[in-house]
Design a protein around this ligand. Structure first.
Ligand code: ACO
Length: 189
């Protein structure tokens, strides 16, 4: 891997990469270009912020750090993506570690959360551990049936899941793994 000319920067400070970034993310998670651009244009000096990994003026990676309304010193990392032709070469790890550095040095955050379905090992190698589901929207969050945990008190009674072998709940099928990392001062890229 050529680590030369590799840089991680906030997208809003390099608007010239908006279109490339949009193409990269849409190649993984298809969405209308208008909606995608609108979302990317909300990147700011605090949260949310979109960070991009650039090599030789080409966007090869992206992630977004978002607010968690109930957790002031934490953020939620999402839409982590590395260009297909660059995967498996350490770029994803570099992007994540730079994002952690940004969280500590510029945003003064203490904790990073994320959710994933299938990339658990990638995050475990970066020091993330499985945790209970968290509410990233500020309202009611459904129970995580896999762990039987509820992170906030619902405003109305919640019916327990029917434990009938013939019924498969979509929540269970779509179960995401929530993960957490407590940040410390060890930056090693
Ligand atoms: N399963 C198991 N191990 C993995 C996986 C995986 N899916 N992906 C990477 N790893 C391992 C690598 O083998 C490597 O291990 P090593 O250090 O022992 O050699 C280590 O994790 C680091 O891998 P990188 O090369 O740094 O990872 P990469 O550059 O390929 O980026 C990423 C990983 C971002 C998941 C990339 O594969 C990708 O863009 N995937 C498609 C989009 C996606 O699923 N993004 C995650 C969504 S979840 C979220 O956004 C919070």
């Amino acid at each position: 891997m050529d680590k030369n000319n590799l840089v991680v920067v906030p997208l809003h400070k390099h608007q010239e990469y908006l279109s490339q970034c949009c193409t990269l993310i849409n190649a993984e998670w298809k969405r209308s270009e208008t909606a995608r651009l609108r979302s990317l244009q909300s990147s700011s000096d605090f949260l949310p912020v979109n960070l991009i990994l650039i090599q030789n003026k080409t966007v090869i990676g992206h992630l977004k750090l978002s607010k968690i309304p109930s957790k002031g010193h934490a953020c939620f990392v999402e839409s982590v993506v590395i260009d297909r032709q660059f995967r498996g070469q350490g770029y994803g790890s570099i992007l994540m570690k730079e994002a952690e550095k940004h969280c500590q040095d510029n945003l003064h955050l203490k904790t990073i959360y994320l959710s994933t379905k299938g990339q658990e090992l990638f995050y475990e190698k970066l020091g993330y551990a499985k945790c209970d589901s968290i509410n990233i929207y500020g309202g009611f969050v459904a129970a995580n049936y896999a762990t039987n945990s509820v992170t906030t008190t619902p405003r109305h009674p919640v019916l327990p899941p029917l434990l009938n072998n013939n019924i498969i709940f979509p929540q269970v099928l779509n179960q995401k793994t929530y993960m957490i990392k407590y940040l410390n001062n060890n930056h090693c890229i």
